[in-house]
Design a protein around this ligand. Sequence first.
Ligand SMILES: Cc1cc2nc3c(=O)[nH]c(=O)nc-3n(C[C@H](O)[C@H](O)[C@H](O)COP(=O)(O)OP(=O)(O)OC[C@H]3O[C@@H](n4cnc5c(N)ncnc54)[C@H](O)[C@@H]3O)c2cc1C
Length: 334
Amino acid sequence: MRYEVAVIGAGPAGSFAAEKLSSLGHKIIIIDPRDKKKVCAGILTAQYARKYEIDDAYVERELKGVRLSFRDIRAEITYKESVEYSIDRGAFDSFNLDEAVNSGAELRKDMALLLEENGTSLAIRTTKEQIAADYVIVASGMSDLSRLYGGAKKYAYCVQQKKNVEPDDYFEMNLMQGGYSWSVPKKNHVLTGTSSSNGYPDIPGEKCLIPLEPAKKTFSNRFLLAGDAAGFVSPFEGEGIFYARRSGEIAAEVLSGAISGNNALRSYEKRWKKDFDFSTLARLSRFLSNDMVLEAFVREIRDNERFNKLVEDILTKKNKFQIKDISSLIKTLV
Ligand SMILES: Cc1cc2nc3c(=O)[nH]c(=O)nc-3n(C[C@H](O)[C@H](O)[C@H](O)COP(=O)(O)OP(=O)(O)OC[C@H]3O[C@@H](n4cnc5c(N)ncnc54)[C@H](O)[C@@H]3O)c2cc1C
């Protein structure tokens, strides 16, 4: 059996890519061992909620806003409308994979080990068999396989744990140089975590990597990298689910075009670069990586109504993101 596309990984990048390709009528296989739940804070951001439908099957809470702190300075932003959701990440991934399978994609619970190019197709070696496909989408997150095929090279280290404390409806973020820690309310508990670019924080919990910048090249003759495998996460707030889903969809459209002979795989990079503004997000993240700026940032959110509203608009994606608004205001303060 030869497939038109094999999708490796059934996180949001892989499941949405497989669903899109199957609904366009292509013969698809999706390969994932499905033996681990993704370590994730599980926030669907405003960027996601404004573009895609949200299903009650995985929503745990609608978030009312965010609390930010830097040392002993604390600020709160309350959103005017509900646009962010705290989700059960395991339920979200199962829901999306079911949608892909219902639209016709075949699921193989297995681990891909190697891709071998042989002229007009690719052979995917797994722990149990060899699968032939015309094209592959590598959507295997921050895995050895993704790294082997040119995936994200720069990443931060995260540790997250469940705390049995009473949740409310606010996402909390404690900013610090070189990382941040968070607290996310779930239905009956809270998830707390810390991220650092200098190795795993020395605290108990589940460990996981999060990419910091896109891979140098996200296409080859026969495969595309999508989601975390391609390094598509906002360095500003650690948002990756939106970028995983959207890049999976773009990869599916590009491969569908390639199968019909209408476009080359290199058009994938032009497409995602048009949609994702990682360079602006990286500039903002660099700008906020200084103690004096961080202090002014949180203090102004606390004390300056106009600034509080500006950051709310950025977080809730009300207006087009303008780094100059935030940086010019802070520059006058520090
Ligand atoms: C601690 C933490 C908190 C986060 N919180 C948020 C948040 O609140 N909101 C947000 O938007 N983003 C968040 N992110 C980022 C987000 O989780 C990722 O960007 C997103 O999951 C990427 O989706 P993906 O489909 O690319 O990869 P993944 O979700 O990692 O899925 C990859 C899949 O590939 C499979 N796989 C791996 N290797 C192989 C192989 N060899 N063969 C077959 N299958 C394989 C895995 O089993 C997995 O199912 C967080 C990340 C971390 C680390």
